[in-house]
Design a protein around this ligand. Structure first.
Ligand SMILES: [Fe+2]
Length: 183
């Protein structure tokens, strides 16, 4: 699936009630077109996200973004977990992939939380975004910390803008909300 075909596919979806499975399969089909992705980067079609040098925007429109993210090897700080302001599907494009540390959290509880409040976090579990696999991040029911990969890795993201929520940062030890970024 080419980028143009993928974009058309996403446009035809009801993004207010996304079929995550179908979108993930389509993202995987596009992600397998490595030659086209490399060509897009070489032609300078992708725009570097101004806030994050390792992030390239392959396509942007009002309801969704397709971007590529580079992950250099290293060790990340996992003291704080965060939620996302928009649902995101990610695909392991290259390299061994990133490990993510996750905790289930309660959207209802977060919705009324203020900075300094303690909130419930479920038992931690991990997910490795292995090559050619996908993973779905809902907005406010899964808090996570991104670990860095063992070797250089690249992931491809589809971010849906349909239902933006505030982004919450929670300290894993104290379970307290340390920051809330408005949607
Ligand atoms: Fe994240």
């Amino acid at each position: 699936m080419t980028l143009a075909e993928f974009v058309e596919f996403v446009r035809r979806q009801d993004l207010a009630r996304p079929d995550v499975q179908a979108l993930a399969e389509a993202l995987r089909a596009f992600g397998r077109q490595r030659a086209e992705i490399v060509e897009l980067l070489e032609r300078g079609v992708a725009q570097v996200n101004a806030y994050k040098a390792s992030c390239y925007v392959l396509h942007f429109e009002s309801t969704f973004t397709v971007r590529l993210v580079e992950w250099p090897p290293g060790v990340a700080d996992t003291t704080t977990v965060h939620t996302h302001s928009a649902p995101l599907i990610t695909y392991g494009l290259s390299g061994p992939g990133c490990q993510t540390l996750l905790h289930a959290c309660d959207p209802e509880e977060l919705r009324v939380a203020q900075v300094g409040d303690s909130v419930g976090l479920g038992e931690s579990f991990t997910n490795l975004l292995a090559p050619d696999t996908t993973f779905f991040y809902p907005t406010d029911s899964l808090a996570h910390a991104q670990c860095l990969p063992e070797r250089y890795s690249i992931s491809l993201n589809l971010i849906l803008h349909a239902a933006l929520t505030p982004q919450y940062f929670i300290n894993r030890e104290t379970r307290r909300v340390t920051r809330i970024r408005a949607a």
